[in-house]
Design a protein around this ligand. Structure first.
Ligand SMILES: Cc1cc2nc3c(=O)[nH]c(=O)nc-3n(C[C@H](O)[C@H](O)[C@H](O)COP(=O)(O)O)c2cc1C
Length: 194
């Protein structure tokens, strides 16, 4: 028995295979990001809950924290829809709402909470936050589902398929953008040692 972070990462890798597109609205500004932290958070079938973990570096984190609402979208893996899924993933996961409007580039309608629904997603649950756990560099949000819809029937996109289809230049840009996010997380976790 020992502590080896590399072994821990092997054990923990791939537990959440579906990337989700999170959207929210706060003070009239709509925004969103991609996440691999989506989960179901209720054992009561008639009262579903959803959970996401967002890093504090991301604008969407503060917006969900302030507004108390988020929409979690699954993306489609079907041939006729997959290019739309990649467009959503690249738009929301490739830059920050701090640098400009991302949601305006996507087809949307307004949900019951006021947050944007991505019409080219596979499906969504819309949620109101009922609990938040602060874990230094991130917050884990749990929301009561208040609305839901299947927009495009068929298989849901898995992250392995998405990575294999994403352009190499976009992945390189994503990796570069990830560096300051990681540095920010380390600073929040370890303080001056980071
Ligand atoms: C596949 C994928 C998974 C991601 N998972 C998360 C996640 O679970 N939590 C998070 O805070 N950011 C995650 N990100 C990063 C954000 O989507 C990204 O930093 C985004 O640009 C933040 O935008 P914002 O500043 O407008 O919120 C992920 C990105 C990708 C492409």
């Amino acid at each position: 028995m020992s502590y080896d972070p590399a072994v821990a990462n092997r054990v923990l890798a791939g537990l959440r295979p579906f990337p989700v597109a999170i959207t929210t609205v706060d003070g009239g500004f709509a925004n969103g990001l991609m996440s691999l932290s989506a989960g179901s958070a209720s054992i009561i079938p008639e009262a579903p809950r959803a959970t996401i973990s967002l890093t504090k570096y991301n604008k969407t984190h503060d917006m969900v924290s302030n507004s108390g609402i988020f929409v979690m979208h699954m993306l489609s893996a079907e041939d006729e829809q997959v290019h739309k899924s990649l467009e959503i993933l690249m738009t929301l996961g490739g830059s920050s709402g701090r640098d400009g409007d991302k949601i305006g580039k996507l087809r949307t309608k307004t949900g019951v909470t006021g947050a944007p629904i991505l019409l080219d997603a596979h499906s969504y649950v819309e949620a109101r936050v009922m609990g938040t756990l602060d874990v230094e560099e991130s917050s884990i949000f749990v929301g009561d589902v208040v609305a839901t819809e299947i927009l495009n029937e068929g298989q849901r996109l898995r992250i392995g398929d998405a990575w294999s289809k994403l352009p190499a230049e976009w992945i390189a840009q994503y990796d570069a953008n990830h560096e300051p996010q990681l540095a920010n997380a380390r600073a929040r976790r370890f303080g001056a040692k980071a």
